[in-house]
Design a protein around this ligand. Structure first.
Ligand code: SAH
Ligand code: SF4
Ligand code: F3S
Length: 471
């Protein structure tokens, strides 16, 4: 049994990261034959992509995917730690699964993802959630087949979580959720240690993949007919900074654009590492989408300092305005936390003021959630939750107004749309995303799914557009 350890998770050692090739041991190959699995994913795209690897590994073991959780032989929860409600959801599900396992004792339950990296969570699993059969962490995804086999042999709770990040594993199998859009990890971990955030503890130190491995993966996707890649990392702009090489994000973006994949997206961009050269590359290549997620977190320089964000309100605005000026039609989205410890009404007003300036195309807004072991836990927090909720409503009112206004400006324009599939309203309605990452619904034929088409915008709502296909 290997348990998570916060002290190790916090340390950033200088040792070089080595690269290992994924290999499946032959005698594990049929441990899942005639059995089904269900993977439930919480959290960000990183987790979604990890689940694509998990699914492919399980299929190599002979398991088949089931669409019905309750009926499957193996259930894996891929969890998220970012806020308390993500925790609550996973624990709620574990409660449900406890009942399921009482009626079907042969059911196998696994847990992985960011919560697996938390000391407190593993403690609870050891003491309160004995129905969980095995746990693996974010650094040893590739060990799933072995850990599962160990559980099947021993019938005991198997917990293997590493807090010092392992090597980079290349060549893991992947079962992609889409046949036209793909996630490509370019780096793992995060060294920023924003004071509210648990990710540097759950995902370890920053480790960039080799450019050759990334480009090989994108080239393969182009050959398979993929239309879009999203380059993933907690801080994609810092790509390469953990290596000796001078090759950095602007070089990688340019090389990915040159593969001729029709659409390139990337996330998430920390404002700190966003260079002028990066802006120039985005502006230069039409296949790099004019859509940037640029989390600000707060509009108060005082709070930004307490958050450890390394920029002031003024520096952020300077970058924001430069991006708007140099990249035609760019849409910018953000993340904002309200109610950070010590945030006053005046600080909050600074956030509202920034939002009035930026008029974001999209914004994800959250109430601060205290995370175990992070530096912000030590700050005094006197604002009542009720007040924080009021601030969130006030903020949402403003951001929503700008989403709608920005969408309304598109009415009458013809925009390129990558068609994703049917929307929930019925079989004739398709949905897709514009180059600026706006959701759009329109009527069209199934054969268009996976293609980039021209759609004229006819109506605008707060979170979506309506349109008509242009023949
Ligand atoms: N790496 C990205 C953020 C990843 S987490 C970045 O630095 O921009 C996604 C978002 O969750 C963050 O941008 C932040 O707004 C929010 N978040 C993270 N920790 C949080 C916490 N403790 N409470 C509330 N929101 C949080
Ligand atoms: Fe968390 Fe900050 Fe790293 Fe983003 S940059 S993952 S918010 S520590
Ligand atoms: Fe959640 Fe981990 Fe992603 S905490 S947001 S799943 S990196």
């Amino acid at each position: 049994m290997k348990l998570p350890n916060y002290q190790e998770a916090r340390s950033r050692k200088k040792e070089k990261v080595t690269i290992e090739e994924y290999q499946l041991n032959n005698d594990l190959k049929n441990i899942g034959s005639c059995k089904t699995y269900y993977v439930k994913t919480y959290g960000c795209q990183m987790n979604e992509h990890d689940s694509e690897n998990i699914k492919a590994m399980l299929e190599e073991l002979g398991f088949e995917e089931s669409l019905e959780m309750e009926a499957s032989d193996l259930i894996i929860l891929n969890t998220c730690s970012i806020r308390e409600n993500a925790h609550n959801k996973a624990f709620g599900m574990l409660g449900r699964l406890k009942h399921l396992k009482e009626s079907r004792p042969e059911l196998i339950i696994g847990l992985c993802g960011c919560m697996a990296q938390e000391e407190g969570v593993i403690d609870e699993i050891l003491h309160k959630y004995r129905q969980v059969d095995f746990v693996f962490g974010t650094h040893n995804l590739h060990r799933l087949p072995t850990i599962l086999k160990n559980h099947l042999d021993s019938k005991k709770q198997e917990i293997e979580v590493l807090s010092v990040e392992g090597n980079l594993i290349e060549g893991m199998p992947v079962k992609r959720a889409s046949h036209h859009k793909a996630f490509v990890n370019i780096m793992y971990g995060c060294d920023k240690f924003c004071t509210y955030c648990i990710v540097p503890y759950t995902r370890g130190k920053q480790r960039s993949r080799k450019k050759e491995d990334i480009l090989k993966e994108v080239e393969q996707l182009v050959k398979e007919g993929y239309q879009e890649v999203t380059l993933l990392g907690q801080n994609v702009n810092a790509y390469g900074k953990d290596t000796d090489s001078k090759y950095c994000m602007e070089n990688l973006l340019e090389d990915v654009a040159k593969t001729k994949i029709p659409r390139v997206r990337f996330m998430t961009s920390h404002p700190w590492d966003f260079t002028d050269q990066m802006i120039d590359v985005i502006a230069k290549y039409p296949n790099i989408m004019p859509s940037i997620h640029l989390p600000v977190q707060s509009g108060s320089s005082r709070i930004l300092k307490l958050m450890g964000r390394r920029y002031t309100k003024e520096e952020y605005l300077l970058l924001f305005d430069k991006i708007k000026e140099k990249i035609p039609n760019v849409s910018i989205s953000t993340d904002i936390i309200v109610g950070f410890p010590g945030e006053t009404e005046e600080d909050f007003q600074d956030t509202l003021d920034l939002v009035e300036h930026c008029k974001y195309d999209n914004a994800f807004t959250f109430i601060y959630s205290q995370r175990e072991n992070t530096a912000a836990c030590r700050l005094e927090d006197k604002t009542p939750l009720r007040e924080k909720e009021k601030r969130l409503y006030r903020l949402n009112d403003i951001v929503n107004r700008y989403f709608l206004e920005n969408n309304q400006k598109l009415i009458g324009q013809t925009v390129p749309v990558l068609v994703d599939g049917h929307n929930e309203n019925g079989k004739t309605e398709l949905f897709g995303y514009t180059d600026t990452n706006k959701l759009i619904n329109f009527n069209g034929d199934d054969s268009l799914i996976g293609k980039i088409v021209s759609v004229k915008v006819t109506d605008a709502k707060t979170w979506s557009l309506d349109g008509e296909l242009v023949e």
